[in-house]
Design a protein around this ligand. Sequence first.
Ligand SMILES: *[C@@H]1O[C@H](CO)[C@@H](O)[C@H](O)[C@H]1NC(C)=O
Ligand SMILES: *[C@@H]1O[C@H](CO)[C@@H](O)[C@H](O)[C@H]1NC(C)=O
Ligand SMILES: *[C@@H]1O[C@H](CO)[C@@H](O)[C@H](O)[C@H]1NC(C)=O
Ligand SMILES: *[C@@H]1O[C@H](CO)[C@@H](O)[C@H](O)[C@H]1NC(C)=O
Ligand SMILES: *[C@@H]1O[C@H](CO)[C@@H](O)[C@H](O)[C@H]1NC(C)=O
Length: 488
Amino acid sequence: MFLSRNSAYIALSLAIVRCVQTETLVPIRPLGVSSNSKRQEPSGLDLRNTETFLWGDADMAEVTVANLTVYMPDDSENIVNMENFESMLGSVECSESSISMTFQDNAAFTYAQRVWEWVDQKENNSFVMVVPAGQCGNGTSRRPFVVSSVEYEPELDRAILATARSDWQTIAHSYDLVVGSVTQDTISNKVRRDIDKSTTIDFVHDFPFSFAISSGPLEARIACTNCSSTGQFDMEFKISQKLFVPTGASMTVKPKGVSAVAQVKFTGAGSVTDALTKTFDIVQIPLAGVNVPGVMEFGPQLTFAVGAELSAITVSAGVTSGATAKFSNDAILEMNLLNPDNNKFSGWEPEIDAIEVTVDGSITGGVAIFLQPSMELKAEALGQGFEIGLNMRVPNINAKLSAIASPAGACPAAAVPEGTAKRTLGVNLSANIGAELNIQALKTGERDPLFTVQIAAGQTLNFPLAQKCFPFGDEIAARSIRESAVYP
Ligand SMILES: *[C@@H]1O[C@H](CO)[C@@H](O)[C@H](O)[C@H]1NC(C)=O
Ligand SMILES: *[C@@H]1O[C@H](CO)[C@@H](O)[C@H](O)[C@H]1NC(C)=O
Ligand SMILES: *[C@@H]1O[C@H](CO)[C@@H](O)[C@H](O)[C@H]1NC(C)=O
Ligand SMILES: *[C@@H]1O[C@H](CO)[C@@H](O)[C@H](O)[C@H]1NC(C)=O
Ligand SMILES: *[C@@H]1O[C@H](CO)[C@@H](O)[C@H](O)[C@H]1NC(C)=O
């Protein structure tokens, strides 16, 4: 299918304009936000070969949204988080090549000297010191420094670290990073709501539209009288690497209360003999992303399009139809971006309820109308980037119409509502309602997708609506029945 983004067609266009901001997650300190007032143990000064850093939503700072665990397995490397011993420090002064810290008491100073002396025991020993937001200048984020040696001034309880400024991508050669969550069932709803705010895709949108489709002798229009979607998609992004080699990258998507309704009217005059497909973007909605400066960025965008496929159509009428499609909350999609063979998905067949089809004139041919929401997610973490698209055709209404004529009544009595007068002309309609979903993933900067997978489609998702016939033209049988009743 080709995409026509001809904005000249957009009559009632881009109704939704939003101001979106990327939310910067805030560091969650090891003992919670108020760690300065809590007692910290000297073991916080220990050099470690694994350290976990958590970030959370600014309004709900104790709830983890991002978890970065850094591994330093080599004998010559280590890591320490200043947040673990910040309360033991008096002053901290930073220059281009050093961090000087004065301890509040001699016991803490002595402990630090004992554990940090390791760095000077071998020429190439070094450790990473992660400096919290607010220290070393006015930084609002955690920053890593590489410490290559330490001098001590015991009379002042002061340690002077020889440092080089670094960045997360350089120091985190081996890490696990988890952003967002799709399984938070153990925590309270209030907390859940706040987590959701950061890593979910809001699907609550209302989008009226009206587009002209013109092709040769056909003048037609599709318009929506009731098109909206509701619910949200929960996300989780996990990425791992070992010695700069990616060892895992996955994205999990789960719907929560997601449904879409489309009640669409197709009207026209004229005809086309060839098949004609048009897709119009209704609205593009960039949603609030989240980021951790220097570590990761996560940005979703939602696009709603409407498409129409017409084939061999002759029309002087309007057709109104529609459906609602609803996803089960049990649906889940787990994309393995490094090994697509391990992609897992289930439960994505939406429950579809058709809205009555009505035809008010003569029409023959095939008309398919579908709503096409798509979600794009861009996730970038420590130098690795992925783009994922979840493309839907929900609902997809596919109607075949044929004009029929008969002096004895065009529509069979069984196909018209009881009490409806017989008429000489009619439109016989058979319609299917269905849905299609696929996902596509690619590595940022590369043209070819990593994979494209259909996660719901096919026969089970394309069921027929009852055969219908819409009478029009001259009334016939009704008059003769009345006449015979009045004049026996
Ligand atoms: C953070 O991630 C690490 C490793 O993946 C895990 O062991 C740890 O339990 C996680 N911590 C939190 C608070 O989620
Ligand atoms: C430090 O030296 C040891 C032995 O010479 C070597 O195995 C190790 O890889 C070196 N580490 C770094 C970070 O250069
Ligand atoms: C913060 O630091 C930047 C440069 O590092 C400087 O330009 C800016 O003026 C500082 N802001 C404050 C409030 O000190
Ligand atoms: C739109 O469709 C929904 C779902 O079928 C229905 O609940 C709602 O009343 C409709 N709104 C209008 C204005 O028709
Ligand atoms: C209406 O169409 C269906 C299928 O296209 C066909 O089986 C049926 O005979 C048609 N009815 C009339 C009255 O033409």
